[in-house]
Design a protein around this ligand. Structure first.
Ligand SMILES: NC(=O)c1ccc[n+]([C@@H]2O[C@H](COP(=O)([O-])OP(=O)(O)OC[C@H]3O[C@@H](n4cnc5c(N)ncnc54)[C@H](O)[C@@H]3O)[C@@H](O)[C@H]2O)c1
Length: 647
């Protein structure tokens, strides 16, 4: 019997749940139901007043009075919008609005009735006061219970069917409460709030609205498994970025899904919705304060200038363009040889930055004639040089191309910069240029030396500046998009070595610092960016798997493939001979660089470029290490002195 009863209960619950998930009563219908109730209950009020004598309903005046009451109620409900809340989510405010409307319509009806008696307007408005009062009590109680009834049924329907995901809300302040209300009222996601976490000790151990408040110590495996907690929603805006990333890291490590509450200005029409909660991103794990820029310096530097960006379609180049677009430059010249990526960039810029004056040029930076035409035609005031080949393993196989594109491209552009009296030339270098073990890094170090050498030229107008930094998150072909794809494909995630560490920055962070460094530089500097602490790539893989809601090794395997030629366990930001000086920006340091014999180096580089395709890979590498004595290849194949024309 009991079993039969629970079966029915479950059936009813499922049916109600289906109805609630499919339909919600539109506001106009709530308005119609309310007003129909006012009309019918007015008739009932007459029957009650006349001791259940139904004959009273035969008098037309009764219907006239009911109609007048309904008209008064409907006008006031439109004014106070008492029908506008969703019945299933009725709040105290909605109930108060109903009360205000019934009370004010009762007062209006009494007033009309008394006035009509006084003025002798006949029976039509002379509604008996007793009827108005009976109606007042009945309609108020009815509308109140109607709303509570729908809410209770809704709770019943959704209580055990979907509410299966126990969550914690970080922050028991105002925002935490908004979040609690929103998640509990949205049955689709089935959240059940197990508790709040708050740093305020005076709240810890107490219950708010029946929900306990804990300290952050509850973020432990034991507590989470005991309470079967699956997710944590961050609803605290008053914490530092460091603290936030610490909470996210520990929650992710405990296998929780971590969701963040968007800023209020991103809520549509000021309303928060469960669908707005977003899984935290990898950037949130890095815990980095936003970069503060000296906007005046940059603004002044870019004002009315023509700016040329090479490699404009790449991760760094395109972000420099986006950052520049905020400022009032005269024209931006975008140079890249990759047709499709630059096509997409053009579309993006046309859509996003209507006021930006820009010119797209498909060109190879190693093509002297084409580049000379560009300098002659547009006379750039500033050059950001980001065009390069950057993939370490590919450059190990193709050292000739590293020299032709990275070194040759930089030589061409620096010569043209001096010839066409460019004001500033900012080269984007990489931490891989420091004590390089690979061809790519060594080629970038040669580029740095070219910049240094050109800066020594007497009487030149150009300030030559190098910016050097480590990996940026999510750039083309970098570890993050690769891991993401591997996770999407079901794994394994491939990591070269368990102890490989890399520095990381976001692309916007790096490019903002490029601008800042570019304009603080006077020429001849290598600016090195503070990248924070290096990140263990194996941890990054684990975190990315967890951020995708999966369990490392259980859902997605991690496979170690061994360091590839040219790669290091840990990158450095300074060579052995460099130390740093601080600048006015806390995240930018100036490297105290070693002296070089500029003309001699440039002569050797010129010669190398001229004869590059007559050399074997081994000979290219040998020549590179003559230019960069600190370059020690770790690529066994390149150490062998075999003659190979690898063109
Ligand atoms: N991505 C990083 O993590 C990172 C970190 C530090 C430094 N850097 C440096 O920044 C520079 C750009 O890196 P990225 O991540 O934007 O690379 P990317 O591959 O996304 O972009 C490079 C762009 O240069 C273009 N290019 C290559 N050869 C060219 C040529 N001969 N003529 C014209 N255009 C050419 C490519 O088409 C591409 O659009 C590289 O020098 C790299 O070493 C990158």
């Amino acid at each position: 019997m009991r079993k039969e009863y629970s079966k029915w209960l479950l059936y009813l619950r499922e049916q109600a749940f289906t109805i609630f998930s499919k339909y919600s009563v539109p506001r106009w219908m709530v308005f119609v139901i309310d007003n129909l109730s006012v009309f019918l209950i007015f008739l009932i009020a007459y029957i009650l007043r006349f001791n259940f004598d139904f004959a009273v309903l035969t008098s037309p005046i009764v219907y006239n009075h009911a109609l007048i009451a309904t008209i008064v109620y409907s006008v006031l409900s439109i004014i106070f919008r008492s029908y506008s809340g969703l019945l299933r989510h009725t709040t105290l405010t909605d109930i108060s609005l109903v009360f205000i409307v019934t009370t004010s319509s009762t007062a209006s009806l009494i007033f009309l009735s008394l006035l009509s008696r006084r003025m002798g307007w006949g029976d039509i408005l002379k509604i008996p006061i007793s009827i108005i009062l009976i109606h007042y009590v009945t309609i108020t109680v009815f509308l109140f219970f109607l709303r509570v009834f729908v809410k209770v049924i809704f709770r019943f329907a959704t209580s055990s069917i979907k509410k299966t995901r126990n969550i914690l809300i970080y922050g028991a302040g105002e925002l935490g409460f908004v979040v609690k209300r929103v998640v509990l009222s949205d049955s689709k996601y089935g959240f059940n709030v197990t508790g709040f976490i708050d740093n305020d000790k005076s709240l810890q151990g107490k219950k708010i609205n029946g929900i306990p408040v804990y300290g952050s110590a509850v973020l432990s495996a034991e507590f989470l498994s005991k309470k079967k907690i699956k997710s944590l929603i961050l609803a605290e805006k008053e914490i530092t970025i460091d603290e936030k990333s610490r909470i996210i890291r520990s929650a992710i490590n405990l296998g929780l899904e971590v969701l963040d509450t968007p800023e209020v200005d991103k809520w549509m029409a000021g309303q928060l919705n469960t669908s707005y909660f977003q899984r935290v991103k990898l950037e949130d794990l890095l815990g980095r304060d936003p970069i503060k820029l000296n906007l005046d310096l940059i603004k002044e530097g870019l004002n009315d200038k023509t700016i040329l960006i090479t490699g404009a379609a790449g991760s760094i180049g395109s972000e420099i363009v986006r950052q520049l677009a905020r400022f009032n430059s005269r024209k931006v010249i975008l140079v890249d040889q990759a047709e499709t990526p630059i096509f997409y960039l053009e579309n993006e810029l046309r859509g996003k930055f209507m006021d930006l004056q820009f010119q797209i040029l498909l060109a190879d930076v190693t093509n002297l004639e084409k580049m000379e035409y560009i300098f002659q035609e547009f006379h750039p005031d500033i050059v950001f040089h980001a065009a390069a080949y950057k993939h370490v393993s590919l450059m190990e196989e193709n050292p000739h191309e590293a020299i032709r594109v990275n070194v040759g491209g930089t030589m061409t552009l620096t010569e043209l910069a001096v010839k066409y009296r460019v004001g500033k030339f900012v080269m984007i270098s990489s931490d891989k240029a420091v004590n390089p073990t690979g061809v790519m890094g060594a080629s970038k170090r040669i580029c740095e030396k070219i910049i240094q050498a050109f800066d020594q030229i007497e009487g030149k107008k150009t300030q030559f500046i190098v910016t050097r930094f480590g990996n940026v998150l999510g750039s083309n072909g970098s570890v993050i998009p690769i891991f993401s794809k591997q996770i999407r494909d079901g794994g394994p995630v491939t990591v070269t070595h368990p102890e490989v560490y890399r520095y990381f920055m976001t692309i916007p962070e790096a490019c903002q610092l490029v601008l800042e460094a570019g304009f603080m530089g006077q020429g001849g500097e290598i600016f090195v960016f503070d990248m924070g602490d290096p990140v263990r790539i194996a941890d990054l893989a684990v975190n990315m798997i967890r951020l995708s809601g999966l369990e490392p090794e259980k859902d997605i395997k991690i496979k170690y493939t061994g360091l590839r030629p040219g790669e290091k366990l840990c990158e450095e930001l300074l060579t052995d001979k460099e130390t740093t000086l601080p600048t006015h920006h806390p995240k930018i340091m100036k490297a105290r660089i070693e002296e070089i014999d500029g003309p001699a180096i440039l002569a050797k580089i010129d010669e190398l470029i001229d004869i590059i395709y007559t050399l074997s890979k081994h000979q290219v590498v040998k020549r590179m290490s003559e230019l960069i004595p600190e370059y020690k290849t770790n690529n066994g194949k390149l150490k062998e002195a075999k003659i190979y024309r690898g063109i």
